[in-house]
Design a binder for this molecule. Sequence first.
Ligand code: PMP
Length: 384
Amino acid sequence: MNAIEQMQQELQVLKERSNLRALPALTHEGRDVIAGGRRMLNLSSNDYLGLASDRKLREEFLQGLTADSFLPTSSSSRLLTGNFTIYEELEQTLARLFGTEAALVFNSGYHANTGILPAVSDAQTLILADKLVHASLIDGIRLSAARCIRYRHNDMKQLERLLAENHAAYRQVIVVTESIFSMDGDVADLKELVRLKQAYGNVLLYVDEAHAFGARGEQGLGYAEETGCIREIDFLVGTFGKAAASAGAYIACRSTIREYLVNRMRTFIFTTALPPVNIAWSLFIVRKLAGFQERRIHLKNISNILRNTLTEKGYTCPSESYIVPMIVGASSDTILKAEELQRHGFYALPVRPPTVPEGTSRIRFSLTADITEEEIKELIKYIP
Ligand code: PMP
């Protein structure tokens, strides 16, 4: 069998298991999506604060732009000529908001997670990572020279055992977790992670706030802000591509870590920096984050309503956030249920293996602050 035939065969297997994916043909109208000629409420977006669909915000931003400040490319890596002042402005603003010594901006959360861990790890490093961390973190671990052990999802007892048994044999241990998990919508016990870090001398904490930045905490700085843990997290990472309605990512950290990453992080060094206009938009949003508290409260309310309904209907729902999975089990069943919701005007998508473990296919509702309580109540009518 040649290489192409091998690919075709694998694709066929995916198809038979209802796990074949295709890019959806979509158009967007405000917060709605139009697919297959049907207009639907988007229940699958990471635009948690509803900022991406907020036309007024874009108009306000555009008013401040001129042909001189609308810079659609940086034309270079930041270490060469791509380091526009707007980058430093965003980083200083982030560092001030987080109360950290420094911050550094990356092209995406994927770049951040695949670049930081390989840069800061060596063969004397042990990485202890939650079983459910995002693919980008797993790829970062794979690219690193560290030894890695995964602990059961959110199992702090197992993590403590692993630390006790192994930490002394390594120069450093990096504990890696998300704060809000992308598929279950549940949260990490950051306070316990901080306690464990403090109990063992050589532990650093890496927390991915991709799904929390903007949407949690009184200032919108994430779950680390909400739980008062910012200071204790060594690698506090988040993305601008979700609640902040932009693209790119950041780390808030000590100055030494920032300087080290600038010198050692391949996904930072060897890539053209994001366009300055994109950084200007991120900065525009970051400056406003604290002012979106009403949106955060509304998001929490509608999430509670949906979550309570799913639990009442007998679904297991681990969520503690606006990511609300309806875990169905079989992929084929999940697809049918998602199609049914789509027929009623709700763009809910099935999430299947390998994104989630076998047998836990689900509809992943991902709520945004521009969805009304009435719309959630209407959706609930169609949940079997
Ligand atoms: N971390 C987590 C937990 C994510 O869910 C994602 C995106 N799905 C990323 C990182 C990657 O971020 P970005 O989309 O900015 O590359």
